[in-house]
Design a protein around this ligand. Sequence first.
Ligand code: GLP
Length: 246
Amino acid sequence: MERSIHPSGSAWAEAVAAALVQRVADHPALRMCLATGSTPRPAYAAAVAAGAGFGATSILLLDEFGDLPPDEPASCDRVLRTSFVDGARPADYRTIDTGAADLDAERAAIDAWIDAGPGGALDLAVLGLGVNGHLGMNEPGSPVDGRTARVDLAASTIAGAQRYFEGRAAPTWGVTVGLADLLAAREVWVLATGRGKSEIVARATEGPATTDVPASLVQLHPNVTWWLDPAAAERTGWCRRASGPA
Ligand code: GLP
């Protein structure tokens, strides 16, 4: 597991963006699964501003809420479009239609999208982190071998999402790419900033690898980078070593 800690704000965002731009320069047809949430937004903006050639990439939306009215501004699709896709103009952008009449067919189609990549795996999964350790909408207890699934959201996830759904009840379920495919990606990035994530970052990186904390399962992955700011890293040994006596 690698860690990359950068001062919060533009330095953090530009570090993540520079790495993303480099990955795409190395592999123009990169197939990525991208998280929404507030954490990655500045990094996506910096990557778009860098004017990198995302034109041959393929992007899969990591997760989507259920019970969305048409044109819901808080949908994960809308957030990823406005924060990245509209500017990056990838060759392919696959959303998750949680309003599909046949949700099982939609879930299978997402799995097929992943399977169609080289080796049947994503090249890069860019993930955020829930305060309960969820990845995407894979809440605590999600199966490590699970693929795209309809999931009920944890109470803390619903409460956290409420800030995006001003004046409306936040959804209680969603559809997410499963842990099996996130952990099978050739490279995994977990993005976390701010003191509010410091406790779960420490548990996920230094506690046992357990389905109780889905993000801890990335410890089992051979190519993981945690992109943190000092506040998010402050309870980890990485930070203690960096700031402690020699
Ligand atoms: C949501 C999303 C996750 C996201 C997480 C953290 O529940 N489903 O994909 O990573 O919350 O969001 P934020 O970055 O806003 O803290």
